[in-house]
Ligand binder design. Sequence first.
Ligand code: FE
Length: 343
Amino acid sequence: MDFNQLNDIFVRQLTLSGVHEGETVSVLTRGNERADYADAALFAAQELGANTFHMRLPAARSTGGTWAVGDSGLGTNPVAVEALKQSDMLIDLTFLLFSKEQFDIQDADTRILTVVEPAPLLARLMPTRELRERVEVGAGLLAKAGSMRITSPHGTDITYTLGRYPTLSEYGYTDIPGRWDHWPAAFVFTGGTDDGVDGTIVLAPGDVLLPFNSYVQTPVTLTVEKGFIVDIRGGLDAELLTSYIKSFDDPRGYGMSHVGWGLDERAQWHGLTQFPGGMGMELRSFYGNVMFSIGPNNELGGPNDTPCHFDIPMRGCSLYLDDEPIVRDGDVVIPDMRPTCRR
Ligand code: FE
């Protein structure tokens, strides 16, 4: 993307995020990654009257090609963490999520925005206040619920007991001290109680496996008991899923992690084919998806901090909170969560 356009979208983003005179905005990168984003973030922060600085860490050591979450590069660098804590807002261009250091920085009331997706996607799914309102309606409903049931025509029928973990929202910008968000995003999620997820999930062709960044080709049947996957059956997709989890040699990789639904009607289900270099935020956000995940729940305050993590957005599902329909056959049924044109 042309650097003027990149500067422009970062100014729009930091304006939504409430950056203003008298604040300090830090920008974090590793190695040579996203130097253009860092420049645009510095430009935008300065444009809005804030003080700003760029902290560049050494390149990440190779993890052998797997997506192991939680290694921030800051774990042995307390001086760097302290500097980031001193800033009002951190633009994270490295993907700090699931690291202890991210939580430490948030606890210091620094708000954090992660930006790692391709620039054209940042522009196309630019957050809006209207989308934030609809996401917050969803978060309000989810936070009150005691149970979530998900069904699908392919045979999914699973129940999550709720109430133990907080509800989180992602709407693509953040103007609240200590709050984290990810640009772009539009979804809500929470987690089941540690031993309170039971049932069957059947992944259907077209459902999405992140971080494989691939579409399921043949059905995969997951049996879940007391919060853990106990059986995975199907063809090649099932074998790849199993093989990947096994490679971490960590039984907690079979745990059930966050669960919720997506709300951005601009997000395209075929997005992975357009942005193969991204990490799939468009698929996490697409309107009416039901997304469950496997692996760590420390993001929600839980004990599971395994580095093995899948997010799996599914199409055409129904989702009920305390038996009230929220998503029916892949369409959001609560009017206040629907875009104005679909009410
Ligand atoms: Fe996740």
